[in-house]
Design a protein around this ligand. Structure first.
Ligand code: 8X3
Length: 250
């Protein structure tokens, strides 16, 4: 039987691209997200290729996460791969000028959400003695930049959680991969800048940014590595980017 993959944040960006790439591998896919219409649309698209089901929940609500994952039908329970892709950046400002509502959204989605979904999926993996968890971190988790402290802190937490999960999970035969992308042109900056598409477009001006498909390729590389290989940590940047805030623009 083909592997079962659960992907959070599957309605857009890296999560969506990963779902499409996994369908090409014939993986059975559990698409998770909050936007039901988009989940359904992607389910319809991918169902022509592989078995797909959807779960509609908020990753930052433990009860919703646990209810959704624990009530999966039996044929979907044996999750082989978890891709923790849900998350966002909200606003950009110095801490003293920051909006605590933005902070909560980032910490709830990027940190709590990743923990909650992992906690709901891990016991089954431990029982089956197999599995692979892929966490979407960021270059921002490795290098803190001005006006991004809380987003960077939330991704630094992802880095620590990936390392911690690997310590917890290796003895159970479960792999953990941490992926840290640089500038990827998705809805990321439009959301960060509250729908200001012009400001978001400027982030990617004058160079060729990464695409969600580039990151999906990397995830495919990690999850298809031979059984004895763990791809522990990948930093992936656009060719024009050399550090979190250093981009060679034409
Ligand atoms: C996205 C990369 O550098 O825009 O996580 O924060 S960055």
């Amino acid at each position: 039987m083909s592997r079962i993959a659960l992907i959070t944040g599957a309605t857009s960006g890296i999560g969506r691209a990963t779902a499409i790439a996994f369908a090409d591998l014939d993986y059975r896919i559990i698409l998770c997200g909050r936007r039901q219409d988009r989940l359904q649309e992607l389910e319809e698209q991918l169902s022509a290729q592989t078995a797909v089901t959807t779960l509609n929940f908020d990753v930052s609500n433990w009860t919703e996460v646990n209810d959704a994952i624990s009530t999966l039908p039996d044929e979907w329970k044996a999750i082989d791969i978890l891709v923790n892709s849900a998350g966002s950046a909200q606003g950009m400002s110095a801490i003293q000028e920051g909006d605590p509502t933005d902070w909560d959204l980032m910490i709830d989605g990027n940190v709590r959400g990743l923990l909650y979904v992992s906690k709901a999926v891990m016991p089954g993996m431990v029982e089956r003695k197999r599995g692979h968890i892929v966490n979407l971190s960021s270059i921002a988790g490795k290098q803190t930049y001005a006006n991004g402290a809380v987003y960077c802190a939330s991704k630094a937490a992802v880095e620590a959680l990936s390392a911690g999960m690997r310590l917890d999970m290796t003895q159970h035969g479960i792999k953990v991969t941490n992926i840290a992308p640089g500038a990827v042109e998705t809805e990321f900056s439009v959301i960060r800048f509250k729908g200001d598409a012009d400001r978001a477009a400027k982030v990617y001006e004058g160079f060729t940014p990464l695409t969600a498909d580039d990151i999906a390729d990397t995830i495919v590389y990690a999850v298809t590595a031979p059984a004895h290989v763990t791809i522990a940590d990948i930093t992936i940047l656009a060719a024009a980017q050399s550090a979190a805030t250093t981009i060679h623009r034409k």
